[in-house]
Each structure stands twice: as structure tokens, then as C-alpha cells.
Design a protein around this ligand. Structure first.
Ligand code: SD4
Length: 350
């Protein structure tokens, strides 16, 4: 289990006194300019461990594509996490997983509504490399995975997921509110467990990386919105929504309420805005603004966050609500950064 205190004591950033606690991490200029590849960034607190997985590839001159697959596999394998086989189920009790991956040449692969497979991201990569298609879903995706040698596992709901599902069943209310930090510090209507280090579970990880050769790739994997309708796909397996990579410009990933990311082709929008010269943070903010305009008052009840990296190695993020954080790793070390948001703490407009 990741120990935040030890991390703060030992990390380069900690020893420089740049953060003394999670909230102090916001006390720095945006965007975070690193200009130093290789670099990997990923969403939420679980990104720290995932980045370490990616760094095993990037730190030894490996390719960004291999790094983003290896990185999010760490999260998929974690039974305590809301990504992977132990995650929140759909409203009928089935864990259905979505993932996608994209490389520096515009190659991409994706799986949706995949059941009983531990590493959807690796199946997405096989779709990319071994089929003429981009996306496989449901039973077909599972059959392809099994044919490719992925073991068919049993669904293993974590205790947190079991508790949250039982709680949800009491009312069976379909409230698609995700990752909005509630007043008690949790997120969503059935705030799931906290890790020992105080960080919160989230049901998605998005990661983008630039390798030593300057090439970009990205990955995104999720169990999707907890207690969703059976068959529902969010943004995470959709290229241009949950993830987009353009090796000339940059890469972006998204988390939060997928329906609203899809509505604006979120990550494709962020990358196109960076192409027009916006910094990663400004591009993420402009994409958030589009959602806020479309949703009006409804934006107050949802969370969407974008995280982006441009070809110059600049990193930026922006969220609708406070509470979104992301993990960064490069040659200088690793750290968590709190994102600015449209509403609330650290916002530019409250
Ligand atoms: C979805 N975007 O399925 C995902 C959920 C998410 O942290 O990001 N949760 O809509």
C-alpha cells in the first residue's frame, strides 16, 4: 500500500519542500512545465503506482506504448481499486470493463463491456495490433480475449464494491453522479472506500506518456460508472472521448461523467485546442467550459476532468469540480498535483 508520508519524505519534491501535504500540492504555478522527457502522467491518486509501473519501461528507454500499457495494468490488477475485476458492478451486479489504447502513429484499439478479463487494456492493444478493427464489445470482445490466451476469471467484487452495491440496491436510484467529492470527503452518492494513505478510490485511470524518443501514447481503463445500466459504455473506451493522441501535438485523457465527455468529443477537442496553440491547461479548461455551457445548472452536479500533455512536455489539467488530482513522473521524481476547477477550491470561477 502506498504510504504518502514516506513518499513525501523521500521524494525529490518533498525534500525541496514543495509540498507538505496533499492540499499544499496546489501551491505552484500552472501549467506544470517539465520539458523533460520521458514523462508519464495519469489521473487520480492511483496514478502514482501506475506511473511507477510505466516508469519501469520509460526509465529504461522503452516505448511510450509499452509504458502506458504496463502502467495501467498495475491499477487493473489491484483488487482494492475501482478499476478491474473487483470494481463497482453495473445495476444488475455484473462488472463490465472498458479500455482503450492509442500510439504515436494513430493506431488505436478498444474494448467495451468486457466481462471476466483481468487486463482489458492488453486486450485493447491486441485489438489494435491483431484485428482490422478499432473496437470490440461484449461477448465478442470476451471471445477474442480468450482466443488470444487471456484467462477467463471469476468476477471478484472487492468488499468496498460489495458494500457500495448493497447500499445502492436499497433504493436502486439511477443517479449518474460520479467523482464529485462530497462534504464528507468521499465521492459520488455511495462514496467508496478510502485507501490507508487517505486517497480515494476512483473507477478509472487515464494515462499519457512521452518516451525518450519524444513519441506519445496513451491508455485508459475503467469499470465505468458504478451501477450503470447494463450495456452502457462511457467515454473511456472511445477514442477521441476518453483518450486521444496526436504525435505532432500532444495527448489527453478524461475522467468523470462519460456521457458529457462524449458529448463534446472531449480529448480530441483538447488536442485540437493545443494544436491551435493553447497550453494543456488552457485547452483542458476550454473543453470543460464547453460542457459547463451545454449543461448549465446541471454542471454543478457532475464531474469531468481532462488531463493533457503537449509535445513540448508541458502538462495541464482542468476539472468541473474541485477534487481532481493527477500523478506526474519524470526524471526529477514523482508527485501528485491538484487540478484547478471551474467550481470550488482552486477554481477560476466559483
Ligand atoms: C465513465 N469516465 O465510465 C468513466 C468514469 C470515470 O472515474 O472516469 N470515473 O463514464
Amino acid at each position: 500500500m502506498f504510504d504518502r508520508r514516506k513518499f513525501l519524505q523521500s521524494s525529490l519534491f518533498g525534500s525541496l519542500g514543495l509540498f507538505a501535504g496533499k492540499r499544499a500540492m496546489t501551491a505552484k504555478p500552472y501549467p506544470l512545465v517539465v520539458k523533460d522527457n520521458p514523462i508519464v502522467i495519469s489521473t487520480w491518486d492511483t496514478g502514482l503506482a501506475a506511473n511507477r509501473g510505466a516508469w519501469q519501461v520509460l526509465g529504461s528507454n522503452g516505448k511510450a506504448l509499452d509504458a502506458v500499457e504496463a502502467g495501467v495494468r498495475v491499477t487493473e490488477a489491484s483488487i482494492n481499486c475501482c478499476v478491474g475485476l473487483g470494481a463497482n458492478p453495473d445495476r444488475d451486479g455484473f462488472v463490465t470493463l472498458d479500455a482503450c489504447i492509442m500510439d504515436d502513429k494513430g493506431n488505436c484499439g478498444s474494448v467495451g463491456c468486457l466481462e471476466r478479463i483481468k487486463h482489458p487494456i492488453s486486450v485493447a492493444r491486441r485489438v489494435m495490433e491483431k484485428t482490422p478493427h478499432v473496437m470490440l464489445v461484449g461477448i465478442g470482445a470476451q471471445q477474442f480475449a480468450v482466443a488470444e490466451g487471456f484467462p477467463l476469471e471469476e468476477q471478484k467484487l472487492s468488499d468496498d464494491a460489495k458494500r457500495a452495491y448493497q447500499e445502492w440496491l436499497k433504493k436502486s436510484e439511477y443517479k449518474p453522479i460520479i467523482n464529485v467529492e462530497n462534504t464528507k470527503g468521499g465521492h459520488g452518492p455511495f462514496a467508496p472506500a478510502r485507501y490507508e494513505d487517505g486517497s480515494w478510490n476512483h473507477d478509472t485511470i487515464g494515462m499519457v506518456a512521452m518516451d525518450a524518443a519524444g513519441n506519445l501514447s496513451g491508455s485508459c481503463t475503467t469499470s465505468g460508472m458504478g451501477f450503470k445500466m447494463r450495456g452502457r459504455l462511457g467515454d473511456s473506451p472511445i477514442i477521441g472521448a476518453g483518450l486521444f493522441v496526436d504525435n505532432e501535438v500532444g495527448a489527453a485523457t478524461a475522467t468523470g461523467q462519460g456521457e458529457d465527455v462524449i458529448r463534446i468529443c472531449g480529448t480530441h477537442t483538447v488536442v485540437e485546442l493545443m494544436r491551435q496553440g493553447l497550453s494543456p491547461e488552457a485547452a483542458c479548461k476550454a473543453a470543460v467550459e464547453r460542457i459547463v455551457r451545454i449543461k448549465g445548472e446541471g454542471a454543478k452536479a457532475i464531474q469531468v476532468a481532462f488531463l493533457a500533455l503537449n509535445k513540448q512536455g508541458e502538462v495541464g489539467a482542468f476539472a468541473i469540480q474541485k477534487g481532481f488530482s493527477y500523478a506526474v513522473r519524470n526524471n526529477a521524481g514523482e508527485k501528485m498535483v491538484d487540478s484547478k476547477s471551474w467550481y470550488g477550491y482552486g477554481s477560476t470561477r466559483s
